[in-house]
Design a protein around this ligand. Structure first.
Ligand code: ATP
Ligand code: MG
Length: 253
């Protein structure tokens, strides 16, 4: 009897644990859908507002016409990137993403992203330090994760500030780091910035646009290849975020 009872007890606690997990994942799905809908509502309302404005007065007013066109262009662009981010995460959750794993050199990728960034951002000073290191992953996804980090460094640093991109390896891990001298993140917010839809300090973040999905996508990408993300930040001083992957020694791919 005694033994059966303890077996029943551990079975009951296993079932409880499982129900808790199902419950939590259900709740997080509901939250995801509701946050996503909320994010999409804003651009739709703005577009609607401008269309109404045009409909009523704007057709013959050159200035209103141009202002409306610009705003509608902006908002559709925001909506497009938001929908792309949502699709990425949905495919990741469903495991329906087509992935192409190859062995490639990380610092060459960092240099490539940096060159592309400098073409579009003349407002910051870029530096890089890179040591060659190979990893196994989908190259275009790692490129996307790198872009996400650089995009944040750009967005959250005042013009003229320095952004440093570096690649290094140690203890079997390759590390791609983006460091900025920007607004920084308050310490309470640091543990949450990888969460979906989380934005630290909404009032300051509002001016920069974005839904708070970038880092959650970068997190998915790094974890998919056995890696993780490291964040170090000080408010008003700057931020350093690294994506870390296991290295791929030669001959093992
Ligand atoms: P999105 O990337 O979806 O356009 P986002 O930039 O707000 O929007 P994340 O990239 O996930 O979303 O970043 C989450 C939050 O973390 C940001 O809103 C910002 O508050 C903070 N953050 C991220 N990177 C930096 C950085 N380099 N400097 C300061 N704050 C940062
Ligand atoms: Mg971002």
């Amino acid at each position: 009897m005694g033994e059966t009872q303890s077996e029943l007890k551990s079975l009951a606690s296993a079932i409880n644990g499982m129900l808790d997990r199902i419950n939590e994942s259900y709740r997080s799905q509901v939250r995801f859908v509701s946050d996503a809908s909320h994010e999409l509502r804003t651009p739709i309302s703005v577009i609607q507002g401008y269309v109404n404005l045009l409909d009523r007065w704007g057709k013959n007013d050159e200035k209103t016409l141009q202002e409306s066109i610009d705003a509608i262009k902006d908002e559709t662009e925001n909506m497009k990137s938001l929908v792309e981010q949502l699709l990425f995460l949905a495919r990741g959750d469903n495991n329906t993403m087509a992935l192409q794993v190859e062995r490639f050199e990380l610092s060459a990728l960092a240099e490539e992203v940096l060159r592309e960034t400098q073409m579009i951002d003349g407002g910051h000073e870029y530096n890089s330090h890179a040591a060659p290191v190979f990893i196994n992953a989908d190259r275009s996804l790692v490129k996307q994760a790198t872009r996400i980090l650089i995009d944040n460094a750009m967005k959250y640093s005042p013009p003229g500030k320095r952004i440093i991109v570096s690649v290094s390896s140690a203890d079997g891990y390759a590390r791609l780091t983006v460091q900025d001298e920007g607004i920084g993140i308050k310490s309470e917010a640091v543990p949450r910035i990888l969460d979906r839809f989380y934005r630290a300090d909404e009032s300051r973040a509002k001016a920069t646009g974005g839904a708070g999905l970038g880092l959650s996508i970068a997190k998915w990408i790094t974890e998919r290849y056995g890696g993780h993300i490291e964040v170090l930040s000080r408010l008003d001083i700057g931020t350093r975020i690294s994506i870390v992957f296991p290295t791929a020694p030669e001959g093992l791919s």
